[in-house]
Each structure stands twice: as C-alpha cells, then as structure tokens.
Design a protein around this ligand. Sequence first.
Ligand SMILES: [Zn+2]
Length: 278
Amino acid sequence: MTTPCIICVAITGSLPTKADNPAVPTAVSEQIESTHEAFEAGATIMHAHVRNDDETPSSDPDKFALLKEGVEKHCPGMIIQLSTGGRSGAGKTRGGMLPLRPDMASLSVGSNNFPTRVYENPPDLVAWLASEMKTYDIKPEIEAFDLSHIFRAAAMYEAGEIAETPYVQFVMGVKNAMPVDREVFDFYIHTVKRLFGEDAPWCAAGIGPNQIVLNEWAISSGGHARTGLEDNIRLDRNTLAPSNAALVKRAVELCEKYERPVATWQQAREMLGLREVA
Ligand SMILES: [Zn+2]
C-alpha cells in the first residue's frame, strides 16, 4: 500500500489579517472552529500561532492553552503543533507555551533572510528550545528554510539534542530565502533519506501561489503536505480561500489524483512516533 499522506493545516500564522482575507481565524474561538472544519476535511496536524485582540502576533501561553484545550475537545486525536517561530516573540518567549506539552512544536534550527528582515535563530536559543521540547516530550518539526538546516537537525539528533528521527519540513518560496526549485527539492528528499533513512517521513510547505505546487510535489513524491491560510490566502489569483478547510480539500484532491490515501490521525500519530492520546 502507498504511504498515507499526512495533511497539516497551518490555520493562522503571524502575518495575514482579516483585512487580507476575512476567513483568517485570529480569535481563539475562530481558530478552534476553523481547525474543526479542517479536521473534518482531512487535516490531521494543526499548526498554530496565536494573536492578540488587535490581530498582532502573540506568544501568550494562556491563549495557546485555550486553543489546545478547544482543539482537544472538538477534534479528538488531531495532532497539535504549536509554533515557536520567530515572528511571534523574541528569545525564550518563543517557547513559553512548551510546558503545555503539545504533541509537536515547530523548530527552526538556523537563520536566513525573510522578506523584510533577518529570521534570527541563534544557536543558544535553538539549543534551549530543543531541550525544552525534550523535557516535555514534544516532537519537533524541523523547519528547513535551507539545506544547511537539514544537516543541523542531523547533528542535533546525533548529539542527542533531538530525541527521535527528525521530521523535516522543506519550506520554499519565502522571499529572500530558498525559492521554489525542483532540483533543490529533489536533493532535499535525497538528503533526508541519506541522513535519516529511506523511510523517514518528511513534508513540504510552499508560500502563496506555490502552496499548491509544493503540495503536488510532496504528494506525488511520497511526502506529507502542509496547507492553510498561514502560508497562502488564495485559491487562485482572483479568489480568496473561503476557509482553511477549502485549502485542505485541495490537498485531499491531489492525494486522490496520485492515489495516496489521506492519513487518519491514528496513522499520522504512528508514522510520526507520537505518544498516545492522553
Ligand atoms: Zn507557523
């Protein structure tokens, strides 16, 4: 049987606002509802940031706690992945929610440029975030904005700083970072297999109009797919995505096209080696 495809929905992010697309969920109650729709559409991982009441990024652990509680109640079994990304706070505040023990958390292991700034991930902060994830039994998802980040993850795994085989996500199409390039993408896959084994799961995310491109490349190459309004707010140039679920449905359709079953939450948890549902 072909490997089931895990669909991750990145529901909010720290950039898009309701002015960009009214469907972007920014209040916790909206986030829970949007996640529920996406879960019913086939997503099994939810990746989340939280926002302040004025939609600016927040790293408030209390908001993350409310979101986690709501998703656990309304989407039983769904994998909860909280962002420790650098747009939501500075320094150790980025990991302030890790004591909540989500199933997963994103982990950037190196720095690079973003559209208007440096995406700063200094080695001491990366080491601290990784050690907190180990302490609280949280599986990191390694955000690979560059080839060197995959090697950094391997070195951290070798050193015991990451407990299990790293789950790497290739991120392509962020302005000033790695563009969407098929040869690099194929080399990323080759590198993950070489460093972590032929069966090591990996996933990919594309930004803006490249979301669907990376979904197609990943699904047709045996990887897992990330979608959602964090990375892309449109269905096409002229149409705003009406919901996170609508973007999940596009990924599900690609799974059908390439004869990949969509992973259930049980299959996703097993493939990623996550702990049992509490
Ligand atoms: Zn994010």
